[in-house]
Design a protein around this ligand. Structure first.
Ligand code: TA6
Length: 304
């Protein structure tokens, strides 16, 4: 395919990342996403010619270990709140999808990846489940949704998160607004303070907020960078940056990696999601790049 054709088309093609199977979605305007089958993990979102997600150059790529960066899917357990491996097994397993499964949806492309219970999951978690990650790439926007169906005859309870790693040039010059006025759990200090003003970054920061009613806004060097929203099904929002000291202890991060990233996670943590037999749950996180309108005012690419 020549580049002119590629520019004029929606494309979804089988691809690789560090030898691991992946699917690349590309829009006519050039925005693209790369999704690994391992973990149904979005590894790259290029929009407006710029990479928007952080993927560690030292990320594991053995097909089993968690991949540091992009949008890891934590399921069916958040962090170490349960008996499973940290952040659950979904991010280490191969999900099912083919490039041919991608569909044009509105002005974008949508790809669904599926994971069902199997011998390996039942060995550690004796539950029937059908999970789906839907990746919807639109011009200047990326929406990722987790859907879970309970096909069994007993209730299904889980915690989960979309552990989104956002790329920034300098986290010290980055702010996150929209969480002001909310009482959060500071996991580093184990306290419950009130958020005053914007979130700013320096030393290790690991916080669980209730989902804000309004959109969050990421500013980099004073300029609007992303608008971030999450469906009500994600009752919590996690903000994480390891800071320099913890970053130095993470074998899969470069020395100064903490300065180029922050995680803003759509999560269901404090109250596990409980699905009755045959019930279904779905919730999305949406990232939008602000568009500069004529005259310099900032708007968003499309409504949520
Ligand atoms: O979501 C924040 C967090 O739970 C932190 O506590 C930190 O451990 C981070 O996730 C990364 O976890 P990971 O297992 O990917 O190193």
């Amino acid at each position: 395919m020549n580049s002119q054709m590629a520019e004029a088309q929606f494309t979804a093609v089988a691809a690789q990342w560090q030898g691991l199977p992946a699917i690349r979605l590309t829009l006519p305007g050039g925005d693209s996403a790369l999704v690994a089958l391992q973990g149904a993990q979005v590894l790259s979102w290029v929009s407006g010619g710029q990479e928007q997600l952080f993927l560690s150059p030292h990320a594991a790529h053995d097909g089993h270990a968690p991949i540091r960066g992009g949008i890891p899917v934590c399921f069916p357990q958040f962090n170490q709140r349960g008996l499973l491996v940290k952040h659950g097994f979904a991010r280490t397993l191969a999900w099912q999808a083919r490039a041919d499964d991608a569909r044009i949806d509105g002005d974008g492309l949508r790809l669904a990846l599926r994971l069902e219970d199997n011998a390996a999951t039942r060995a550690v978690w004796p539950q029937s489940f059908a999970a789906e990650i839907s990746v919807w790439l639109q011009p200047a926007a990326l929406t990722v949704a987790l859907a879970v169906h309970n096909p069994g005859d007993a209730p299904l309870a889980f915690t989960a998160a979309l552990h989104t790693y956002l790329r920034v040039d300098d986290v010290a010059a980055t702010t996150l607004s929209g969480l002001q006025g909310l009482r959060y759990w500071d996991a580093v200090a184990d306290t419950h303070p009130l958020q005053e003003g914007e979130v700013r970054f320096g030393p290790e920061l690991d916080r669980v907020y209730p989902r804000p009613a309004q959109a969050m806004a990421l500013h980099a060097g004073g300029a609007p960078r992303l608008r971030i929203t999450q469906d009500a099904g994600w009752a919590d929002t996690v903000v994480w940056n390891p800071g320099a000291a913890l970053c130095a202890r993470l074998a899969d991060m470069p020395a100064n990696g903490h300065a180029q990233m922050l995680c803003v996670e759509a999560a269901a943590i404090d109250a596990p999601v409980v699905l009755a037999p045959q019930a279904h749950w779905q919730a999305a996180q949406r990232l939008e790049r602000p568009q500069v309108a004529p005259g310099g005012a900032h708007g968003v690419a499309s409504a949520c």
